[in-house]
Design a protein around this ligand. Structure first.
Ligand SMILES: Nc1nc2c(ncn2[C@@H]2O[C@H](COP(=O)(O)OP(=O)(O)OP(=O)(O)O)[C@@H](O)[C@H]2O)c(=O)[nH]1
Ligand SMILES: [Mg+2]
Length: 362
């Protein structure tokens, strides 16, 4: 250990500036010690099942870790939680930035915890590494929910491509369910392919909109309209109420042009104000109605089974790719082959085949 007193003088702390008295040195040390202890997989599992949010957060951090050493432990935790998962309703919420998703979830979530439900909010937001906006924004816009005992908010997993973020969100759903959260809300910003990913992991898909200048259907992707089980026009307050009503009529008309859904559900259109907290209860009534229908006609179970299959196939594909490209022999040959293909010495198909044969023979 180097002698602390022998530090260069410029690094010496000046006397006379006491630490702020809001920070107790002892409790700060306790926090540091606590953080340093890495709980075992078993401790995490039992903590989660007890409904301990700290254990839940730590487990989600573990599954989000890109460190290969964490992978096995994460898998153990997920497997331990699986028997306790599945008993929930998973709701996807999408809408362009600024439409009011976070404000809506705050109002919606608070109404649900008030009737005794436990609500977890997760986000699929592959763009958040760029904007860094969502986390801060959500903590301030979900003020009530953040403090709510019966709610859990997890900012987006970030720093990776959509595929990785989506997989981690799916695993986080399992952990939240095992922790006793029976309503899982997954928010995604309406850009890119993230809606499809969220749709593939939720039971009910809600599209949040605001009324525009009468051209409501402009710029809205057909695929998203087709995925929606409900369209909710937000910001129906103040001068906006009339326009929101008009938008509702227009969306209703448009929705009737779509083919009937496999679920047997006719998507609904409604208006709400997340700020004034009006029309929020009606959204939960719609979802409850949807659940009654799809649970009685078998669609709910069928869809979850299909989603599980989809995620199995997804995982196989991803892991095959990862292993192939991370293989050191392959990366060496790959560079040679790329050059050969570029110079026209070999056809791309023959090159691909040689590489695959090399990989599977190894
Ligand atoms: N008038 C009115 N304003 C609203 C309503 N809901 C949200 N807003 C405002 O709209 C702005 C954006 O709301 P957010 O909840 O952050 O929207 P978001 O969709 O989560 O945005 P991103 O996270 O950036 O994608 C905020 O200034 C809100 O106060 C509403 O019902 N009425
Ligand atoms: Mg938001």
């Amino acid at each position: 250990m180097p002698d602390k007193n022998k530090r260069p003088a410029t690094l010496q702390e000046k006397a006379g500036i006491p630490p702020p008295d809001t920070v107790s040195a002892q409790s700060a040390q306790q926090v540091r010690n606590y953080r340093r202890i890495q709980p075992s997989a078993e401790a995490l599992i039992s903590g989660i099942i007890r409904g301990d949010k700290t254990a839940l957060s730590r487990a989600i951090t573990l599954i989000e870790s890109t460190n290969p050493d964490h992978f096995e432990k994460a898998t153990t935790v997920i497997n331990g939680c699986l028997p306790h998962a599945n008993r929930s309703v998973r709701i996807g919420i999408t809408g362009v930035p600024g439409v009011g998703k976070s404000t809506f979830i705050e109002a919606f979530g608070s109404q649900l915890t008030a009737i005794g439900r436990k609500v977890a909010v997760l986000a699929v937001d592959p763009s958040s590494t760029l904007s860094h906006g969502s986390i801060l924004g959500d903590k301030t816009r979900m003020e009530e929910l953040v403090k709510d005992e019966r709610a859990y908010i997890r900012p987006s997993a970030s720093g990776e491509a959509l595929g990785g973020v989506a997989r981690k969100t799916r695993e986080a759903i399992i952990l939240c369910e095992a922790a006793g959260f029976d309503i899982i809300v997954i928010e995604t910003v309406g850009v890119g392919q993230s809606e499809t990913a969220v749709h593939s992991m939720t039971d009910f898909f809600l599209l949040l909109k605001i009324s525009g200048a009468g051209d409501e259907l402009q710029g809205i992707k057909r695929g998203i309209m087709e995925m929606a089980d409900a369209i909710v026009i937000n910001k129906a307050d103040g001068d906006n109420i009339k326009r929101a009503q008009l938008a509702k009529t227009e969306f209703n008309r448009a929705l009737h042009l779509f083919p009937a859904k496999d679920s047997g559900w006719q998507p609904t259109v409604s208006t709400c104000s997340a700020v004034e907290k009006t029309g929020i209860g009606a959204v939960w009534e719609t979802i409850s109605e949807y659940l009654r229908l799809t649970k009685s006609n078998g669609f709910f179970e069928k869809r979850r089974a299909a989603q599980n299959q989809y995620w199995m196939m997804e995982t196989i594909e991803r892991q095959l790719k990862e292993r192939f490209f991370n293989n050191s022999d392959i990366s060496a040959s790959l560079d040679d082959m790329k050059r050969a293909v570029q110079q026209g010495e070999i056809s791309p198909f023959a090159a691909a085949r040689l590489l695959l044969e090399q990989y599977f023979k190894a």
